[in-house]
Write a protein that binds this ligand. Sequence first.
Ligand SMILES: [Zn+2]
Ligand SMILES: [Zn+2]
Length: 174
Amino acid sequence: VQFNVSQLLKDSVGSSRCYTIDQAVERLPENGTSQISGALTLVRTDRGVWAKGILTTNAESSCSRCLCNFLHSVQFSLNEICLPTTDVHTGIPIPVVSGDDFSCSIDNKHTLDLHEAVRQYIIINTPMKPLCQSDCLGICQKCGSNLNNVLCVCPDKAKDPKWTVLLEAFAGHN
Ligand SMILES: [Zn+2]
Ligand SMILES: [Zn+2]
């Protein structure tokens, strides 16, 4: 997720560029994301570039109830202030002001690289307790069967497996 913003940096404040993104990225080890799509707008600000948009990525998680791996998507709205490290007109390095509130920088070739920012968004926006399906039945406490696939005959397992689901749902609300 890289953009050359040298032209945008030469434009007047308020100028913008819109991009449609649909690209493969290096697979993230955290959750297997390998594809990013969405729309992104880059706006020239007085000091740098404001990147904003809504992106969707694929991801793979393991269900917190039945432990199976499943594919899902992660959507987030990106909102980043990016500051240049080199003056686009003179090529002179711009010192980083400590305490500056910005999340990514634009390198000396005027490349805006959102890879790390996107990675952070994906991690933050991946559910902590993902479910393969909202009514996942989980696994049998006795025999370990995945109750979505088999109906085991363990005696006192959930005579009504829905109880487990309900109790978990309540626990999840705390
Ligand atoms: Zn599940
Ligand atoms: Zn069982």
